[in-house]
Design a protein around this ligand. Structure first.
Ligand code: KIV
Length: 266
């Protein structure tokens, strides 16, 4: 079992100290992220875009999420693993949602699940919490609602939508969520929500006042370049490094300098 738990999430909210969270989708990157001392790993359905090369996250399946979460779990010693419920794995009814959430804990090694939505998933949150499946809710820009939202747009910019998001935040807290992810909302709104809730908020594009931050790993290390949201900070350029490495290998194969004696048996 991982060392960081939902109790540490809540403790950080009470005692101060930010929660660090990032996505990972496989064993080698899970090892890196865990070794770096990240508190929580989200096996996000963003894997549909950054690993599978899909246009959006909608086609990602439960079986794929379980497959990736298992790989992550094998690489992790300390971080808490949160499995992301994919589109249509929880919207279709409480029993189905419960069964799918349970798979993350039972089959894949996650300690919690994340679901996109507010009031409309309150019943699912309640049922999961009752069954000892901790839930992180996710409001603001919810990528699974891309068609309703008409694209990946900042949410909560009008007074009315900000009020609605604040209400949603209270609803998911009351339903039993242990934490709330806020995506792409104005930082003042995130500050208000963070101040009013007793559960910790995790921001992505929600400014510095949240109790923690999450980013998509492939954005952070420069492995996804199709589009880069304003809220992303790129800390490395692995695409460039990998490209250079493979090009050098190709050149050395072609000109006969690889393999040398060092890589050969006598
Ligand atoms: O799927 C994901 O990686 C997410 C992040 C954008 C938070 O939900």
């Amino acid at each position: 079992m991982s060392n960081f738990t939902i109790h540490d999430f809540l403790r950080k909210k009470t005692n101060g100290g930010k929660i660090s969270m990032i996505t990972a989708y496989d064993y080698p990157f899970a090892r890196i992220v865990d070794e770096a001392g990240i508190d929580a790993i989200l096996v996000g359905d963003s894997l549909g875009m950054v690993v599978q090369g899909l246009e959006n996250t909608l086609p990602v399946t439960m079986d794929e999420m379980i497959y990736h979460t298992k790989m992550v779990a094998r690489g992790v010693k300390n971080a808490m693993i949160i499995g992301d419920m994919p589109f249509m794995s929880y919207q279709t009814g409480i029993a189905e949602a419960l069964k799918n959430a349970g798979r993350f804990l039972k089959d894949a090694g996650a300690a919690a699940v994340k679901m996109e939505g507010g009031g409309e998933i309150a019943e699912q949150i309640r049922a999961m919490t009752r069954s000892d499946i901790p839930v992180m809710a996710h409001i603001g820009l919810t990528p699974q609602s891309i068609h309703r939202m008409g694209g990946y747009k900042v949410q909560g910019k009008t007074e009315e939508s900000a009020k609605r998001l604040l209400e949603e935040a209270h609803i998911v807290e009351d339903a039993g969520a242990f934490s709330l992810l806020l995506e792409a909302i104005p930082m003042d709104l995130a500050k208000t929500i963070t101040g009013e809730l007793s559960i910790p908020t995790i921001g992505i594009g929600a400014g510095p006042h949240c109790d923690g931050q999450v980013l998509v790993l492939h954005d952070v290390i420069g492995l996804f370049e199709r589009f880069i949201p304003k809220f992303v900070k790129k800390y490395a350029d692995l695409k460039k490094d990998a490209l250079n490495a493979v090009k050098t290998y190709r050149d050395e194969v072609k000109n006969g300098t690889f393999p040398s004696d060092d890589q050969s048996f006598k």
